[in-house]
Design a binder for this molecule. Sequence first.
Ligand code: FAD
Length: 325
Amino acid sequence: MPILRDFFIKLSENQLLNSAAQRYGFKLGAQSVVAGTNIPEVIESMKELNRQGISCTVDNLGEFVYERSEAIKAKEQILEVIEAIHENGVEGHISVKPSQLGLDIDYDFCYENLMEIVGKAHEYNMHVNFDQETYARLQPTFDLMEKISETYDNVGSVIQSYFFNAKENVEKYKNFRLRIVKGAYKEPADVAYQDKQDIDLNFIEIIEYHLLHGKFTSIATHDHNVINHVKQFAKDNNISKDKFEFQMLYGFRKDMQLDLAKEGYNFCTYVPFGSDWYGYFMRRLAERPQNINLVTKQVFNKKTNTVLGVAAAAFFLGRLTKKNK
Ligand SMILES: Cc1cc2nc3c(=O)[nH]c(=O)nc-3n(C[C@H](O)[C@H](O)[C@H](O)COP(=O)(O)OP(=O)(O)OC[C@H]3O[C@@H](n4cnc5c(N)ncnc54)[C@H](O)[C@@H]3O)c2cc1C
């Protein structure tokens, strides 16, 4: 369903809808996929997950950062989260998006912001993951990770298996703690696999490589076939459970999250919080339109369906006009 994927990715990039969602989203029930709008709420969600034997990686939601002041605000908020995780003694670490901390504004400015965050987390022995975003930000994000690792050892990043250079990167960065994913953005055919089967095969190969040769591996997927494969692979190759963890997103496949934790696997839930949930959620719909079931009843009322309808019409019309040109 590439057309639906394109549609939701386009929606995720729409700033107007993003602002509307920020204003009304939580009233409409976005909390099924977002763990709160503020720090006390996210800490409560983390405590609940911790009680079930699940650790967390916290993401302060935020997109479309073009002003230095916005990046600094995001940094301050993340520093507060780190402090709150420490003070409350909850089990968790931080995930950050370099674009939210100014990567699209100025590389050095982003570096300074990240250094402060990683330095604060280091004081509390807390890991910081640099989430990967679009292809244009891939190498700069790895460069930031490498540069910061000269001072602090508590950094890692993500390998997106849809990229042709994913294997090369997992080898290059094997000494880092890495999260391996399929990849969530729309990338062109000259840099990324487009076919699901190709992506899945690459995903498995990269996971296996890092489990065998790398530092700690986070296998981030809701795909039960991949999870079952990893369990068997770990057994067959005597890879102990403390060398890896499974990760899933907050609100998704909750039963499976619990089952994996009960089976004794390290399990970490990706916990997004904040009012800027819109782009994040649209990417989840792009991955799997059925995810709409998760929130249809709560998030989309008549009004938001109308907005989506209009956006859908504009999108399809845009495609048609492009084709006819
Ligand atoms: C913790 C975490 C962190 C991530 N970080 C990043 C990042 O930094 N950068 C990035 O680009 N991407 C990131 N992603 C997104 C990732 O790249 C994928 O886009 C996303 O996880 C969808 O792929 P999947 O592996 O879950 O399986 P899919 O290919 O979406 O699904 C495979 C199969 O699994 C089953 N399935 C999937 N979801 C469900 C469900 N909700 N309920 C029931 N069955 C289901 C279905 O049978 C489906 O056909 C992250 C994902 C996770 C979980």
